[in-house]
Design a protein around this ligand. Structure first.
Ligand code: OOB
Length: 554
C-alpha cells in the first residue's frame, strides 16, 4: 500500500503502517475492521433504551442518538458533503458535537477537530491545509460570534462552500435543519475501517500546527482497550468537561470509550468546579477527566463540600505534569480512584492502572495501553539509555501514527527511519513499565494542558515591523504549571501590551497570547548560535513548587 496523495499536493495524506505490522495488529485482534460509527450502531441496536447522552436538559437514549446521527448524515450528504471530504468542526461541549462527528464518520468525511478557543489564524490554516469544503460551528459561545468568524473565513477560502451552524446563523445552514431535511433517507454508511476517520490536532512545536490522521481501526483499538483498562461499562456516566475535540476526553476512554461500553456521556459546557459539582450530583456522574489546573481548582473550591459527589468513582488527570503533592491531595480529598493519564493525540496513551498502589498512582504517569506499544528511551544520538535513566521517548505501535498529514519534510524529523514517533518528551521507566515524565525536549509550552508551539508564536511576533528578534519560553505558574513569556528585541519602541494586542489581531487563540513580554537588548545564544532558551527560562527561578519538573524524581 502506498501513501495516499492528491495530485495538487505531493505530500502524503496518510502514511500507512508497513504490511507486516498491519498483519500483526490484525492477527492479534487489535484491528477488527469495525468503524467508529459501526460500533455506535451496534451498541444502539443492542440497547436502544439505555441513556446515551445528556446535554443540559436534553436526554437522549441510544435509539435517539442513533436516529439523529443517521438523519444528520443524510442532511450533510444533501449539502454535497461526500466521502473523503474534510469538514472543520468547531463546537463547544454540546450534544451536536457527537452527532456531527458520527454523522461525518458515516459519510466517510473527515472531521478536522478545532478547539473552541481557535481563531482565524488557526482555523484559516486548517482550512487551507486540508482544503476543507465545509465547517460546522456554533452561533455564539462565551460571548464570541463563531458564525461570523466562519463567514469571514469562507470569504477568504473559496474551498469552504458550506457552513452549518448550531443555533442557526445568518446565511449558514441551521444544524437542526439537517435532521428535518433528511426525511427517511439513510446514507449508505462508509465501512472501510482502514481509512482515515478524522484529523486530530497536534500540540506541535513547529511554525504551523500539524494534523494527525487517525484511522477507524487504530482509534477504535485505543478506545476499546482504554474502556477496558478504566473499567467503563453500561453503568458508566462520563462527564465531558475538557474540550470534547481533545483526544483525552474523546478517547482516553472519554466519550467514545463510554459509547463503546454502552454508558452515558454527560456534556458540560462550563468547566468551573461549582458547575461541575452540581452536574456530578444531579447526573450521578461516575468518571471524568481533568487537567492538573482543573484538579487544583477542584481542591480549592469551597463548593465541594456542598455537593454529593459520592457517585464519582474515577478521576483521571492528564495532559500536563501533575505534581505528586497535588496527586496525593486528590487521593485524600475525593472518595474516588485517581488515575494519571499521559497521552498524545499522535497515539500512545499511558494509564496508571486502577489497582496500582496509591504511591505509584501519585508518582508515575502510567504504562502503555498495549503490549504492542514499543517504547524506546534514547539519548541525543538515538542510542538506548540504560534502564531507569532519563532519555527521549520514542514510540511505535498499533494506534500511533506513522506520519502527519501532508507534512513529508516534517515527518522525516518527527519519526525515525523505522517508524518510531519522536514524542519530544523526556521520560524514565520503572521496572513495572510505568513511565515518569521528567520534562521535554520539544520547543513547546504546556499551558495547563493547552499546548503552544514556540516557533508558531515567534513567527507571528516577527511579522511586526518593530520586532527584530523573539523567543518564547515557559515561565512557571502556580495554577497552570506554565505560561508563555516572550523575550523580544525591538527595532523601535513598542509597549508589551501593544504587542499582545497585535497578536490578538493576528487571529490567534487567546491561550497562545504570551502573558508576559520582556523587552531585551539581545537574546542569549548557545555556542552554535541558537537562542539559549535554557538561559532564558533560568531567569524565572525559583519555579513555583507545585510544578517543578524535577519534583517527580525527588
Ligand atoms: C494529551 O495530548 P496532546 O496531544 O494535547 O499533548 C501531548 C503532550 C505529551 O507529549 C506531553 O508533552 C504532554 O502533552 N502530556 C503530559 C501528560 N499528558 C500529556 N505531560 C506530563 N504528564 C502527563 N500526564 O495531552 C493527551 C492525550 C490523550 C490523553 C491524555 C492527554
Amino acid at each position: 500500500m502506498n501513501a495516499m496523495t492528491t495530485p495538487d499536493r505531493p505530500d502524503a495524506d496518510f502514511t500507512p503502517w508497513p504490511d507486516n505490522f498491519v498483519r500483526r495488529y490484525r492477527e492479534r485482534g487489535h484491528w477488527t475492521g469495525t468503524t467508529l460509527h459501526g460500533r455506535l450502531a451496534e451498541v444502539a441496536a443492542a440497547q436502544p433504551d439505555r441513556p446515551a447522552l445528556v446535554c443540559g436538559e436534553r436526554r437522549w437514549n441510544y435509539a435517539e442518538l442513533d436516529r439523529r446521527v443517521r438523519a444528520a448524515a443524510a442532511g450533510l450528504a444533501r449539502l454535497g458533503i461526500a466521502r473523503g471530504d474534510r469538514v472543520v468542526l468547531q463546537l463547544p461541549n454540546i450534544a451536536e458535537f457527537h452527532v456531527a462527528c458520527f454523522a461525518l464518520f458515516r459519510i466517510g468525511a473527515l472531521p478536522v477537530f478545532a478547539l473552541p478557543a481557535h481563531r482565524e489564524a488557526e482555523l484559516g490554516h486548517f482550512i487551507a491545509d486540508t482544503g476543507a469544503c465545509a465547517a460546522i460551528t456554533v452561533d455564539r459561545e462565551a460571548g464570541f460570534d463563531h458564525a461570523a468568524m466562519m463567514r469571514r473565513l469562507r470569504e477568504a477560502h473559496p474551498c469552504l462552500r458550506e457552513l452549518v451552524v448550531v443555533g442557526g446563523g445568518g446565511d449558514g445552514h441551521d444544524f437542526d435543519a439537517l435532521y428535518a431535511d433528511s426525511g427517511d433517507r439513510d446514507v449508505d454508511a462508509h465501512h472501510d475501517a482502514t481509512a482515515v476517520a478524522f484529523l486530530q490536532l497536534s500540540g506541535g512545536s513547529t511554525g504551523t500546527p500539524k494534523l494527525i490522521p487517525r484511522t477507524h481501526d487504530d482509534y477504535l483499538y485505543s478506545v476499546r482497550e482504554s474502556a477496558r483498562i478504566c473499567g467503563f461499562d453500561t453503568d458508566t456516566r462520563y462527564l465531558c468537561l475538557l474540550p470534547a475535540a481533545h483526544n483525552f476526553p474523546m478517547s482516553s476512554p472519554g466519550a467514545f470509550g463510554t459509547f463503546h461500553a454502552g454508558g452515558c456521556v454527560v456534556m458540560a459546557r462550563h468547566p468551573e468546579p461549582a458547575a461541575s459539582f452540581a452536574v456530578i450530583e444531579r447526573e450521578r456522574v461516575t468518571a471524568t477527566a481533568l487537567v492538573p489546573a482543573l484538579a487544583l481548582a477542584w481542591l480549592a473550591s469551597a463548593t465541594r463540600g456542598r455537593h454529593d459527589l459520592s457517585s464519582l468513582r474515577l478521576i483521571q488527570i492528564g495532559g500536563a505534569h501533575l505534581a505528586r503533592d497535588v496527586a496525593r491531595r486528590m487521593i485524600e480529598s475525593f472518595d474516588a480512584r485517581l488515575q494519571q493519564v499521559f497521552g498524545m493525540a499522535e497515539g500512545l496513551v499511558n494509564y496508571t492502572r486502577l489497582d496500582d498502589p496509591p504511591d505509584l498512582i501519585a508518582s508515575s504517569q502510567g504504562r502503555p495501553i498495549s503490549d504492542d506499544d514499543e517504547i524506546r528511551i534514547v539519548d541525543d544520538g538515538d542510542r538506548d539509555v540504560p534502564e531507569g535513566e532519563v532519555g527521549h521517548l520514542l514510540t511505535r505501535g498499533p494506534y500511533t501514527i506513522r506520519g502527519y498529514y501532508r507534512a513529508d519534510a516534517h515527518n522525516r524529523r518527527a519519526f525515525t527511519a523505522d517508524g518510531f514517533y519522536r514524542t519530544g518528551d523526556r521520560v524514565r521507566r520503572l521496572a513495572s513499565g510505568h513511565l515518569i515524565v521528567e520534562g521535554r525536549s520539544k520547543d513547546q509550552i504546556n499551558r495547563g494542558g493547552d499546548k503552544i508551539a514556540a516557533e508558531e508564536i515567534e513567527s507571528h511576533l516577527l511579522t511586526h515591523p518593530a520586532v527584530f528578534d523573539a523567543a518564547l519560553v515557559a515561565m512557571p505558574d502556580r495554577w497552570l504549571g506554565e505560561k508563555a513569556c516572550a523575550f523580544v528585541v525591538l527595532r523601535e519602541a513598542l509597549a508589551p501590551r501593544e504587542l499582545q494586542q497585535y497578536l490578538r489581531t493576528r487571529g490567534l487563540a487567546a491561550f497562545k497570547i504570551p502573558e508576559r513580554i520582556e523587552i531585551v537588548d539581545t537574546l542569549p545564544r548557545t555556542a552554535v548560535g541558537k537562542v539559549d532558551k535554557r538561559a532564558l527560562r533560568a531567569r524565572f527561578a525559583p519555579p513555583a513548587p507545585i510544578q517543578s519538573a524535577t519534583e517527580a524524581t525527588a
